[in-house]
Design a protein around this ligand. Sequence first.
Ligand SMILES: [Zn+2]
Ligand SMILES: [Zn+2]
Length: 77
Amino acid sequence: MSTNTSALNSALYINEIKTCLICWENIDEMDLTFCITCNIFLHNECEKRERGVRGHCKCPHCQDIGSLGFFKNRIIK
Ligand SMILES: [Zn+2]
Ligand SMILES: [Zn+2]
């Protein structure tokens, strides 16, 4: 676990409303995608739509490739 990941963990577990960077709607935790580089949140669906255009996962905020993670996967771990 990197420092980045634990910082993100605290960000995720803070009980605040998370807003999607793409559509600005609130995000349910089960529908949450986040960027480990810049700590922004997206809907899984919004990220998928963005990725569909480019063919790879890229953060719409910091433009980092492969930095996006899914909250769902974290629960399974
Ligand atoms: Zn969205
Ligand atoms: Zn980012």
